[in-house]
Design a protein around this ligand. Sequence first.
Ligand code: ADP
Ligand code: MG
Length: 251
Amino acid sequence: MVADNRRCIVDVRDVKMVYNVKNRDASTHVHALRGLSLQVYENEFFAIMGPSGSGKSTLFNMIGALQTPTAGEVLIEGVNLASLKPQQLAAVRCFELGYIFQTYNLLPVMSALMNVALPTVFAGMSTQEGEERALECLEIVGLRDRAHHLPSELSGGQQQRVAIARAFVNKPRIILADEPTGNLDSRTGQEIINYMKNLQQGSGTTIITVTHDDKMLTAADRMAWIRDGQLERIANREDIEIRMGSIKEHH
Ligand SMILES: Nc1ncnc2c1ncn2[C@@H]1O[C@H](COP(=O)(O)OP(=O)(O)O)[C@@H](O)[C@H]1O
Ligand SMILES: [Mg+2]
């Protein structure tokens, strides 16, 4: 509805992904995505829900330009990823996209500040500018005072906040998150969702998250459900009523 008037920022067109799994004497094909299409609009908070094994991480990798689909196309801001040379793809990953993972994926020997500043090095920023930018991002997630701590000196929720700051440091148009609350208790998970929501509203960033955490529905503008590598349905936030953790749909 409203979203349809906005600019499409991610366009997934009939994407299929088949993994070839080779055993000792046979090879099998796993159809992780079976022809999936969806559009995400600028500045949306878009949640892709689905049970374990439904193809969420595969879809995350396709949208994130981390993996090439077997068939179909992914367009980011109107640009077909398949048309890009490796260096151009690297630039998309560096400037257009920010990534958040379930296990935070921070470098253990680097401080929070250095972890957040790392993408600015790839972006060609000076050390001083990069560190200033990293401090600003740590401030946004309420961790400026933890800048010089190692990941091992931070709680899971704090580490994920560092990962949010890192995803945002190059000011990408799109932040992608794969099960960002998967390793966190319910309350800490809700905090992380709130930080992601604030980022979306405060900066105009588009947030796309794949998850099986129903709490994400509290923040999402639209949500898609996938099952067995196919789109089951898409709903707008107005269509969904969330009450006491149980989800009831209007008809
Ligand atoms: N690298 C891989 N090689 C072979 N099969 C894979 C690979 N990655 C995922 N799969 C399979 O593809 C399907 C979808 O997996 P995945 O995208 O990880 O789902 P989800 O993130 O929803 O749990 C599953 O059947 C999984 O076993
Ligand atoms: Mg997964």
